[in-house]
Design a protein around this ligand. Sequence first.
Ligand code: NAD
Length: 353
Amino acid sequence: MTAPFVFPGISTRVVFGSGTLDLVADELAALCHRAALVVSTPQQADQARAVADRLGTAAAGLFTKAAMHTPIEVTDRAVDAFLRSGAACVVAIGGGSTVGLAKAIATRTGADQIVIPTTYAGSEMTDILGETAQGEKTTRRDESIRPEVVIYDVNLTLGLPVAMTVTSALNAIAHGVEGLYARDANPITDMMALDAMRAFRDGLPKVVAAPDDHDARAKVLYGAWLCSTALGHVSMALHHKLCHVLGGSFGLPHADTHAIMLPHTAGFNGVAVPDKLAPVAEIFGGSVGGGLWDFAKSNGAPLRLADLGVTEADLDRAAEIATRNPYDNPRPFGREEIRSILGAAWRGDRPET
Ligand code: NAD
């Protein structure tokens, strides 16, 4: 019997292809008929200028200071630049950090957003915004946060360094895995998550072998879109919570942390929801966690929290922080279980389940 479900619909317009960056001016005109502030990190300022060139007079200005974890001091400066420029929209080009800045500007000003992702992190299709104030990162969800238009251009991902490609892809797969056992999962997000995992399984090794393999890059970016969409329509559980604690309280790099933790959280939860995660084991081979760990290892992903500078004492503190407030998860857990998951990830053990 098909279980009852709610599918909330997908409101974001998506343009996917190669060379689609050239469509940005048309998309902006269709969206808001007004000028846009273009945002990026300092590292991607050239790409922001390339966007502004394509927008011509519809480019109201550039703000190229986006930073990891969306610090509110940066957002304040960006909002100031946005208001002074007279823009009505934001166009963001970059990874999750830049998309986060666009979302932060939009929630404060009502600006419409066009987002052009260049990693697989998957913030673009979600209604989630994480922001950092006084060293603490908080996350909230609201429909007004979700970008109106997303332009995926495979060409922009050809130069994403291989190490970042691999960890970012595993970050995306983590959205898909948690989507499968989310309490508000539905048949559409399930299909998306599983099709995405097949795309990553087939595409990622080819990208690692030949980073400018266009077809393989397209497959991986397609998988990223699917995972981002799934994440944008379901709630998150243990995996995202643990990564949030490790990133927010210990300053660990976002994608690396997801890559290392995923086999362990998935293996832990797979015991409680074997039917839901059996397809993951089928796709990657072996057990749920073991298959993901093998896939990560064969693509050269980092496997040990210890290699990110985490100490054993940090693990105790992380387990304490991660169990302070209750949250959704298919398998009940306490501090001991979390400490054990973190210990295995710290050592880089291959999960058995
Ligand atoms: P990032 O955006 O910080 O990018 C890392 C670095 O890579 C930056 O310097 C960036 O400019 C550069 N870069 C990006 N694309 C590149 C490319 N194609 N070629 C060369 N360099 C490139 O990293 P990320 O992993 O994409 O995003 C992480 C952030 O996104 C975190 O803050 C995380 O919390 C957030 N995030 C949010 C959501 C959400 O739904 N709100 C989802 C996923 C991630």
